[in-house]
Write a protein that binds this ligand. Sequence first.
Ligand code: FAD
Length: 383
Amino acid sequence: MSRNIRVDVAVVGDGLIGMSTALHLRRRYLSVAVIGGTTQGRASTAAAGMLTPACEYDPWMPQEFYELLREGLDYYPPFLSAFGFTPESVGFRSTDFTLLDLVERPDSLQSRTEWMDKYGIENRWLSPAEVCDAEPHLSPRTFRGAIRIKDEAVVNPRALLQAMTEWASAEECPVLVGGLTGVDDEHGRLRLTTGEGDTVIADQVVIAAGSWSGQVGRAFGLDIPVCPVKGQIVRLAGPPGLLRSVAFMPSGGCGSIVSRSPGEYIVGTSEEYLRPETDNTAGVVGTILSRLCAVVPEAAEWRIEEMWSGFRPMTSDELPILARADDPRIVVATGHHRNGVLLTAVTGRLVAALIDDEAPGLSLDRFRYGRPLRPHTRFATKY
Ligand SMILES: Cc1cc2nc3c(=O)[nH]c(=O)nc-3n(C[C@H](O)[C@H](O)[C@H](O)COP(=O)(O)OP(=O)(O)OC[C@H]3O[C@@H](n4cnc5c(N)ncnc54)[C@H](O)[C@@H]3O)c2cc1C
């Protein structure tokens, strides 16, 4: 039987961003319903789970973005404890990151230590011999050195999403399926219809539909210019403890080896702009695995457990949109691109503040809705 629900806030999107937003809104005693869509290509269950402000930030980006990423990491422990999630249950742990300076890169990463020092990030440049001491299973032929970054973290995004979804259902926050199919105005409120025939009438709406936010936005008459950047990723099983810290190795793409739990190695990922299919392709998986085996020769013996792909929601300036839209009843929370797991908790907190018309406590001007954005140029399909 179809449901007819009246709430303070409807959240469109049941990925990490939508669910974190719903949880933070419930903690403010607002009534909330979430509308979810397809699980195919969802970024939140595809992600590796690195929480790495220092690795992900690039100096050409605005400083406000680094501050957001940093707050994203710092807020994780209080967020987990506020909602009763133990670090173990969601695979959260602090770890140092080894940012390898691969010889395949034309430019060295060593200069990154300068802005890391400027931003107060505890880091140290390691010579090749020091990298070998710290990580004896890495092949010294593949790197010129590395930056060792203190106290970043990893989390298991699937476990976190599951925990948040269970919390929501225990706290009377329904998660409806079928996707948003229609929007009408009902005496100043918004009436949302789902593909299952359910109706949600809400005073305010949060659009947090990841790569589908553009499509969802159009139903509200909004322009939300995010595009899907496909990432393929592989999970392998190998001997536990082979890498003492997580190795991360940008090389034009965003290569990484994340050991989320003993003996589990998540390796990836690609950044693809042209293929909207949720498949794994021989060329990309082959590149991921051959780079892995070059960097960690013993990985040639690891067992492939699983591979998958997902779509990162990206704006053309690679910054998220966290703001009220032209329609003051709507808040947009999307465009988290490569950092949506890192920004999960803090986004929920900030969006809940925006909904309650409170000062968010961080400068969000760079992330405003309607800021000038170049058209996307790297995509074959127009979104
Ligand atoms: C391979 C890969 C690796 C990554 N690794 C990391 C990492 O290590 N660290 C990190 O911080 N980030 C990482 N990311 C990025 C991160 O996963 C994303 O930024 C984040 O998950 C985005 O979350 P989201 O909730 O906005 O989007 P999604 O997780 O895509 O969720 C969007 C939701 O909207 C729903 N939806 C779609 N259409 C509708 C509709 N019509 N009505 C209602 N709902 C709808 C979908 O069902 C979906 O559940 C990675 C991404 C990928 C793809």
